[in-house]
Design a binder for this molecule. Structure first.
Ligand code: P5A
Length: 438
């Protein structure tokens, strides 16, 4: 993208309404703008981030055999009356009436809808297991929307739902999904710790939250420092083997880690005192196993091996896709701005033309830009170098390719790595090779 023609409205000053660093930086870097309380529009660079996150989430869901679908945002109240959650859900649910006075709602989650869809399409145990997911907007009329996209009212979630024949295979599915989550967060360039969690309004008996440790996080967390050393994904796991999944699950969940709601004194005392850590975290994912809670209440059964009807065992698995954009910034920034992990950055590099109108500088910039217009943001504005440098650091592109008249004479550019501040002069081709290497 050419910056001179893009909608990338960066701000020099900190917006007064933003209390935490990720919210400030998302506004200042021109990623989002608020359109109503807790509701945000994603501008071009922000949308690229959202798409990059979604794509990694999607690939890791597909890798463990989940199938992508797309369910609507609007749901019939009848579905929720069948499960009994229509009244229980309370004022967080946005209830809507259509012109025929039929009751609808903007979905806060999709357990009911997917259970009904499953019931319409799957009739026999032979078609189990099934894992379905979608990446769709949700609405929760949060009492206190805040921190920008971190606690919005409308937000993008990846939600997956699993259907298994029995407890053992449902638990294997749960563990496989836990593995998929660790892979997802690792690829996104952040560390999210799985912690035992409360099941809340989703229900069920087994649940883990994934938290990115950050002082501004909304959840209090207690964990064993041994976790900081643990590389969860250092050994390959055979996801078809329940035994391998069991071993993996035990390895990952053995060190003490719990959100404040689930914190238990006995478990805590068992952690050697010098290893006890208390902190805060941002919940970016939450997974649940809840057995036949929805299939039974909604009367959705399949024919079993012995000819009798049975209620499949379910789990649901959420990732806060839009929240992640903020959470990643919370974990990856410095005083000058965002430091995007390579995998989610809206652009791989910014090309900084330090002397617009200089024939040689313009030609080198154009040549670099033309090799890959998607990967590069070309700062071709008639602005001072200082402004361009400041905006480049603020927007957080992993690489900056600086093209100035002195270097240009010798065919050289300066390449800066945003994360380390390291800079080296090199030929255009060498810079391109490094930036596009992956
Ligand atoms: C799991 C998938 C569920 O809704 N049903 C389907 C289950 N879980 S959850 O924990 O309530 O939400 C899943 C993730 O969504 C993100 N999230 C939010 N993001 C931004 N603003 C919000 N108001 C918000 N509420 C939830 C979180 O990342 C959460 O882990």
């Amino acid at each position: 993208m050419r910056l001179s023609r893009s909608l990338l409205p960066t701000l020099k000053e900190n917006p007064a309404e933003a209390q935490i660093v990720s919210h400030r930086l998302m506004l200042r870097a021109g990623l989002i703008r608020q359109t109503a309380s807790g509701i945000y529009a994603w501008l071009p660079a922000g949308l690229k981030v959202l798409r990059n996150i979604s794509q990694i989430v999607r690939e890791e869901q597909d890798r463990v055999g989940a199938q992508e679908v797309l369910m609507p945002t609007l749901q019939s109240a009848d579905l929720w009356k069948r499960s009994g959650r229509y009244d229980a859900y309370g004022p967080e649910m946005l209830r809507i009436q259509d012109r025929h006075k039929r009751e609808l709602l903007y979905g806060p989650t999709n357990e009911e809808m997917i259970t009904d869809l499953f019931g319409q399409t799957v009739k026999s145990y032979k078609d189990l297991p099934q894992v379905l997911y979608h990446i769709q907007w949700k609405f929760r009329d949060e009492m206190r929307p805040r921190f920008g996209v971190m606690r919005g009212r409308e937000f993008l979630m990846k939600d997956a739902y699993s259907f298994d024949l029995d407890y053992d295979s449902a638990v294997a599915t749960y563990r496989r999904m836990l593995l998929a989550y660790l892979r997802t967060f690792q690829r996104l360039g952040v560390r999210a710790v799985p912690m035992r969690a409360d099941t809340g309004p989703i229900g069920g008996e087994l649940s883990h939250e994934f938290l990115i440790l950050a002082p501004t996080g909304e959840s209090g967390v207690f964990y064993d420092a041994a976790l900081e050393e643990l590389d969860w994904l250092d050994e390959p796991v055979d996801t078809n083997s329940p035994v391998a999944l069991e071993a993996f699950f035990n390895r990952v969940t053995t060190p003490y880690a719990a959100t404040d709601e689930m914190h238990d004194e006995a478990g805590w005392q068992a952690v050697p005192e010098e290893r006890r850590r208390e902190g805060r975290g941002v919940e970016v994912g939450h997974i649940f196993y809840f057995g036949d809670k929805y299939t039974r209440s909604m009367e959705v059964s399949v024919s079993g091996p012995d000819g009798n009807q049975l209620y499949p065992e379910m789990g649901s698995y959420g990732i806060g896709v839009s929240r992640l954009a903020g959470a990643i910034i919370e974990a990856c920034h410095d005083d000058n701005g965002i430091i995007w992990p390579d995998a989610v950055a809206p652009f791989r590099a910014v090309i900084l033309n330090l002397k617009n109108g200089d024939e040689l500088c313009d030609a080198i910039c154009e040549r670099i830009y033309n090799t890959n217009e998607e990967a590069f943001l070309y700062d071709d504005r008639a602005e001072r170098a200082g402004v361009k440098f400041a905006d480049a650091d603020l927007m957080g592109h992993p690489w900056q390719i600086v093209v100035g008249p002195r270097g240009a004479k010798g065919g050289k550019v300066e390449l800066k790595r945003r994360a380390t501040g390291e800079r080296h002069e090199m030929s255009v081709d060498d810079a391109l090779a490094l930036v596009l290497a992956g």
